[in-house]
Design a protein around this ligand. Sequence first.
Ligand SMILES: [Zn+2]
Length: 932
Amino acid sequence: MNSMSSVLKKYFGFSDFRPYQREVIEEIIEKRDCLVVMATGSGKSLCYQVPPLVVNKTGIVVSPLISLMQDQVMTLKQRGIRAEYLGSAQKDSTVHSKAERGQFDILFMTPEKACSVSTSFWSNLLKAGISLFAVDEAHCISEWGHDFRVEYKHLDNLREVLVDVPFVGLTATATEKVRFDIISSLKMNNPYVMVGSFDRPNLFYGVKLLNRGQPFIDELVREISKEVASGGSTIIYCTTIKDVEQIFKSFSEAGIEAGMYHGQMNGTAREESHRLFVRDELQVMVATVAFGMGIDKPNIRQVIHYGCPKSLESYYQESGRCGRDGIASVCWLYYTRNDFAKGDFYCGDLKSENQRKAVMESLLAAERYCVQTTCRRKFLLEYFGERFSADRCGNCDNCKVTKKERDMSKEAFLLMACIHSCRGKWGLNMPIDVLRGSRARKILEAQFDKLPLHGLGKSYPANWWKALGHQLIFQGYLKETVSDVYRTLSVGSKGEQFLASSRPDYQPPLVLPLTAEMHGEEDNGNTQEFKNLSTSESESFSEAERHLYQLLLEERLKLARSVGTAPYALCGDQTIRKIALARPSTKARLANIDGVNQHLVTKYGDHFLQVIQKLSRELNLSLDGESSLQTNEVRKVSSIANKTKLTSVKLTSAKLTSTKLTSSRLTPAKLEAWKMWHEDGRSIQEIANFPGRSAPIKEQTVADYLLEAAQEGLAFDWVRFSEMIGLTVEIISEIEGAILKVGSTDKLKPIKNELPEEISYLHIKTYLSMRNCGISFETVQSEIHQTEEDDERAHNASNSSDPTLETCHVESHCENDMSAKCSTEYCYLEINEVPTLPVNGSEVHELPLAGEGEFLNKRQKVSETRGEANSTKLKATESSVVEWLKNLNEGATLSDALEHFNGSSEDSVVELLNCLECDFSIYRKGNMYRVM
Ligand SMILES: [Zn+2]
């Protein structure tokens, strides 16, 4: 059995599971049935992909579409996973027999195939071992689901055949009813049910009114071509084939190659369109909703709806194909008022009143989504029964753009009074016509032209009134009732109250936001917001890095073409992004990047490294420059900070980078550690275990960080540090002796070998750092004495405690010496200028604390220890390192390894670790090496 973590890194390139994935995988390995309900793009498929690799037994996955299976097999093969599919389209005749012998890690099947293969196939495969039976898109099993497939209903027959095999259902859309159906249809036994959030935080949601016509389409094409230029993929969903063809034509005329997909195209043309889009050969797809179910492509950056879809369920599913790799992506919905009048059309020849009602209500919800003025995400999630506690998500158009507000009490009064007068028998159109003074026949017949309100609302266009009407519905002033395909409006109780307290010449104030429709013509077809809001995470890139990212995407495309696969199957955009930031120079560094799997390193590692080196040189970017995790962390922080402030996004991040470069070369983690130590007065131990951090870091690491900070010229209290790590005069003298003996300070190991065990690497490093900083230990030592004396004085004084004593050793020194107030930093500079006493062996004897006898004892001890060490010196070899790491659950740092393998040089240990990392025998998480 392989460990879950090592499978994750080796095949998928990640060092961390998302929380629910681990739980589900563990349950499956324990052979428990599972139902996984997760949003698209949340990593559901990993739940069935990992267990077969952990237990080394085939996993069976039932999937509804051949094209989807083919894409998944292609991706898995690029990860070095033995995957295949069985189905009518399978050309390789050996797959069946290989599958039967258990030669695949993951075997996909259509439901038809799963139900029709012989029992001998199953019994043979059972002998070889089956780790799980997964049903993907499991909502197809339910008649309540929108994609019901009758073959799914027969899958439960396999329950008796596949005894002791866990059944796993996975779906992205499931109501309570559908969930229940899946569990009972698959005869699941006490299943583990995991229902995740439907929130897709990386997706931006926006809605705009569309002005049908060529100018709007031209503007849309112009905007999308910008995304194309930066390497992003876009799907444009249209409600009619006519729209598909018109938009497709506009792209062609603009010289942009786009794909087209709709139900009237023949199968071959559709497949070709799908293939080209998936492989990034086409970056734009103009399609009806017929396109999409078989889409496994994770790097779609925009999903645009040209016309409102028929329900929010469809909208959530279609827009959900965007940004599955977690990178910030954009979903825009463009609608016209006419979209909401299509209820009749959608109901088609539905006979049952309930079904017609369901269709109408879905459409109504979609309309509400379009016309609302509050957070879109909150509305979407709450529609699907998920609570979203915040009022604003900060990543939708309504949250990002503050809408202008205005008192509309007068207009609201007119509209509500008119609806009241029409006695709730009409929708919005009739009362609006009355207000606008229409003399249409139906108005004259109903004698609405006699109403005192007739013609009082002429100054606004009909769409303005409709927008107001929807706001009033939304706010509960008006009530909309659906009966069959008709919608009627009446005044709700909140509206009644408003009317009761109003008179024709007075209304209580009613402040409402101005929607796009209310702003009038100037907003129509204007995609200004579109530009500003399609923020992408690339804001954390410098210009050169962004350029590198795009060039790397091109290289990935070339490579994918040459091996006949989709670019995303080689590695995701997110991974390319990290590579562009880290610019690794070695295979080990490449392997360490999240998302880089073993197969990629083994097969294309050299190629990638060459390309990175060449491009970085051309763009004047340093290799391994900012590869550290910490750097990425800061970028994250800065991009979050930027999110709250839309303006000057680039300025902020640029400023951040330049401060970082000018102040010091320290990584943020190091700077942070130094601040905690220097400014907050925390101990090394406290810093190491500081609760704000995701995982504690080693005390040793903290100490290293601090020493580095000191050497970078930051203010540093050496006295406090020496006390903290127990560095004494005796130890210093021992170290100096050892250095003299070794004759060099290039490597620590030989020095350490000369010293007794209790003298640590940290002691040596501290001594050397002090030396680098031009600090002599005598100065520090006198400080310690000074402090002790001060301490004593303080104790002797009647009003004893002086709070400054503890933290201000250096300050007190300054006061004595210069009788001037000074900051620690200032003192540090002063100390720096104190001429250092030459340190040599002879002085050691003069030190009062190290008596002659004591000293001799120590020397003896050194040689004894050395004698012992010689016999137990450990050499690092591939197997000894792996064996050693196997016993360390938390892993080990480089310095742990150096300390342990004291029989090998630092260089050779480093090289060995790098090799093992390249081979994926070990992997690194933070600065900890762990065994695969
Ligand atoms: Zn929002």
